[in-house]
Design a protein around this ligand. Structure first.
Ligand code: AMP
Ligand code: GLY
Length: 422
């Protein structure tokens, strides 16, 4: 099977490594990929959201399956363009990708489907939002309505902080168009976990779960990021609990989407809070998580390729998804200044040494080769250093040994990934 994988982050490097293990794979292209994916297949210089160029390339290369990594191409209509061109795509249509692309839309679907979620209201007027926050009180959550790469959410501890966030997003345009309308939500309290499932129409098959670490700083301090590290499986959320959450938070949504004539196909990633009164949905994403995928996929023992190929044919593969009982950790190494203003250009050393450590695997994200052929920092999240272990403790020790082996000027990482899962 000839596969075109779309994206360039750590998740895509991990997906490439997982697909490369499949006996069914005959060719792997990655658009645009990164220096890490270049070792597993052929990088193609096409941007992840350049839908027409992706389609032209896939037709020329007789690609059998397109695997989208990030959400942007899906929200831009990649799956629809594939369908029109007779190409198979393991991701949702533009209409179904609105589950991630619009927070107000996904709220509306939750309400219609009876999925437990925080109470929220959408505002297009800053003054009305500011008044609502004063009435509702803190803690309270302010979210840019559109896509903001995980950075458009402020969990405010005070009314003033929430109101400032509204002014920044709506009046000063800090999130661009994504923040012209906002959703203001009640704050959910509990452990946050990420649940993944293959979905086709009204049916869903559990993949597994992981726990992300969203804040930039240790002990969950500082601003939200795209994710600074993940552990799989998360503590206190076993397979039975994951299946129950799928019944409560995913299957009713699938039914509602099908009823609306916009059935969902692909990988669903439900971000949820394990509250005192049970799991509540925080958000749907229409793809694998980054850095959750890196940890989750390290544990996967079944073949990912047939599972993805089945999704593209609007079915579920009959082979169950299987995992090793080991724990996996991914620790993101980021550039100094991330998430606000990452510093790029520093030369990275030590990846080969880290990869040589037992159980360790380094996935690249914001990296590139400079003119001298050196690997340099080219983005905010630079690497995810991942490890498997018999226990979370062992996986952590191994991953952090990997981190220690790698260096560049300005490397930053959290030191507490997986600590709560111990
Ligand atoms: P989202 O982009 O909706 O996933 O939000 C990003 C992060 O903000 C989530 O992963 C949570 O950590 C946090 N968050 C979002 N909504 C809520 C909420 N209603 N209550 C508490 N935390 C939230
Ligand atoms: N790690 C969260 C995300 O991929 O959105």
């Amino acid at each position: 099977m000839r596969v075109l994988l779309v994206g360039s982050g750590g998740r895509e490097h991990a997906l490439a490594a997982t697909l490369a293990r499949s006996p069914k794979l005959t060719a792997l292209f990655i658009a645009p990929g990164n220096p890490g994916t270049a070792e597993l297949g052929t990088n193609v210089a096409i941007g992840a959201s350049d839908v027409p160029a992706l389609i032209t390339f896939a037709k020329e290369q007789k690609v059998d399956l397109i695997v989208p990594g990030p959400e942007a191409p899906l929200v831009a209509g990649l799956a629809d363009a594939c369908a029109a061109a007779g190409l198979a795509c393991a991701g949702p249509t533009q209409a179904a990708a609105r589950l991630e692309g619009s927070k107000s839309f996904s709220k509306e679907v939750c309400y219609a489907a009876g999925v437990p979620t925080a109470r929220g209201e959408r505002f297009t007027d800053a003054d009305a939002a500011i008044t609502y926050i004063a009435e509702r009180g803190a803690p309270i959550v302010v979210k840019a309505d559109g896509l903001a790469a995980g950075k458009g959410v402020v969990v405010a501890q005070t009314v003033a902080e929430a109101q400032d966030a509204v002014r920044e997003m709506m009046t000063q345009g800090s999130m661009g168009e994504a923040g012209r309308s906002v959703v203001i939500e009640d704050c959910l309290v509990g452990e946050e976990v990420s649940l993944f499932a293959f979905c086709s129409g009204e049916t869903a098959m559990l993949i597994g779960a992981a726990q992300d670490h969203k804040r930039i700083g240790d002990n969950d301090t500082g601003p939200n990021t795209g994710g600074m590290g993940a552990v799989s499986p998360p503590r206190g959320f076993d397979r039975a609990a994951q299946e129950a959450a799928l019944d409560l938070l995913v299957r009713p949504m699938l039914k509602e989407m099908a009823r609306r004539g916009t059935p969902f196909r692909g990988v669903i990633f439900a971000g949820l809070m394990l509250t005192e009164t049970g799991p509540q949905l925080i958000e749907y994403n229409v793809r694998f998580g980054d850095p959750e995928a890196q940890a989750l996929l390290l544990r996967l023992t079944s073949d990912l390729l047939p599972a993805l190929a089945a999704l593209a044919q609007d079915t579920l593969d009959t082979t169950p998804v299987t995992f090793s009982d080991q724990a996996a950790i991914s620790v993101v190494m980021a550039a100094r200044g991330y998430p606000a203003k990452p510093e790029t250009g520093a030369v990275i050393s030590g990846i080969v040494d880290a990869d040589a450590l037992e159980g360790v695997r380094v996935f690249q994200a914001g990296t590139k080769e400079n003119l001298a052929g050196e690997l340099v920092v080219a983005g905010g999240r630079v690497l995810s250093v991942c490890a498997l272990g018999e226990t979370v403790q062992e996986a952590r020790d191994r991953a952090y040994a990997g981190v220690k082996a790698i260096s560049w000027d300005g490397a930053a990482w959290r030191t507490d990934i997986g600590a709560r899962a111990l």
